[in-house]
Design a protein around this ligand. Structure first.
Ligand code: TRP
Ligand code: SF4
Length: 344
């Protein structure tokens, strides 16, 4: 049944990845994970989801101690949120060394200035301990490594955030250049799959980020969630409990209600806030309850997997990914006429 369908309507290869640099937060859940799970469920794709440990070295090459633990915790989040190793290939980038060989091969045909022009690179450099005049070769190669991640599986669908647009543009150019130079339509255009997800702010009202200490982790306890919500910035004009609030000016809690509560609840909150019927303390209690309810099942599921089981899942996923990568790389070497001593 499955085979029949695959023959008449082959699935599209979908590749995406995450850098293992810490635990995932609600922003990752809303912006990335939910989407990955939906794409997996759609049955339209061969999904490859990768822990991009080499990519985390581009900025954190001195600080490798936490990568292993982070790989396990992020995979635990993946599994608890609904990624299924029987449906999707979940693997570790460095366990598929064919990606590194392809990176080297593609680097030969990639003009330097394609990488240098990438504006995402400038953002990455700014966020790391490097400066633009003192870039590492690995950092400059970030988009070419990412291209190899995608093309090693002949990926053509790449679910990413808007911040990855420039990287993906380079991937497309490299794929086309390869096909042009070696006169074979081998790689399909890797296309981004953007999602329209609400941007979620950190508890201090700025962009949520694991390095800003303003996030709420998927794996947080109920207590930790309550404490984070308590610290959220509200309407700065509202000083006394008897002051009427303004939900438009409420920096963090009200935007969260819009994400986590239904329309009726939002209406009630707005009315009660703007008539001083509810205070911010109670309002935050209710919000923390909503978040805790939303993540209760996921958090419980996180407990179902031991570290050892997760490592097994990753090893099996990496073996499966590697097999496909080896097949494809063999074809790539042949197309580039590098198979000097192979029988044709
Ligand atoms: N650069 C991506 C990010 O920071 C992660 C990533 C690595 C990726 N390799 C990839 C995304 C391949 C899509 C495809 O989010
Ligand atoms: Fe924001 Fe709620 Fe306070 Fe109103 S009552 S300002 S919505 S936290």
């Amino acid at each position: 049944m499955n085979n029949l369908r695959n023959q008449s309507n082959p699935k599209i290869n979908l590749v995406s990845g995450m850098r293992p640099t810490g635990k995932l937060h609600l922003g990752h859940y809303l912006g990335v994970l939910q989407n990955w799970v939906d794409l997996q469920k759609s049955q339209k794709y061969n999904c490859y989801f990768m822990l991009a440990d080499w990519h985390s070295l581009t900025t954190k090459y001195e600080d490798t101690g936490l990568i292993g633990k982070s790989i396990i915790e992020i995979t635990r989040d993946f599994l608890a949120c609904g990624l299924d190793p029987d449906e999707s290939t979940i693997y570790i980038q460095s366990h598929v060394p064919e990606i590194a060989e392809l990176h080297l091969l593609l680097s030969m045909i990639t003009p330097n200035n394609w990488a240098e022009r990438d504006p995402t690179l400038k953002d990455l450099v700014r966020a790391s301990n490097q400066d633009e005049t003192n870039l590492t070769y690995g950092m400059l190669g970030y988009p070419i490594l990412q291209t190899s991640d995608i093309l090693i599986f002949k990926g053509s669908a790449v679910p990413v955030g808007k911040d990855q647009t420039a990287h993906l543009e380079i991937s497309r150019e490299i794929a086309r250049r390869f096909n042009y130079i070696f006169k074979k339509e081998f790689f399909a255009d890797p296309k981004p799959l953007f999602t329209e997800t609400p941007l979620i702010m950190g508890i201090d009202g700025t962009k949520m980020g694991k390095s800003f200490n303003n996030d709420i982790k998927i794996s947080a306890t109920e207590e930790e969630t309550i404490n984070s919500v308590k610290k959220m910035i509200t309407d700065p004009q509202r000083i006394k409990r008897t002051d009427a609030g303004n939900t438009e000016e409420c920096k963090v809690p009200f935007p969260y209600y819009k994400i986590f509560a239904d329309a009726d609840t939002c209406k009630t909150v707005k009315f009660e806030c703007e008539t001083a019927k509810r205070g911010c303390i109670d309002c935050k209690k209710q919000l923390a309850d909503l978040i805790n309810a939303k993540f209760a099942i996921i958090r419980a599921k996180r407990q179902n997997f031991s570290d050892a089981e997760i490592i097994e899942i990753l090893k099996a996923g990496s073996r499966k990914a590697r097999q496909k990568a080896q097949d494809n790389l063999k074809q790539i070497r042949a197309i580039m006429k590098l198979n000097y001593f192979d029988k044709v």
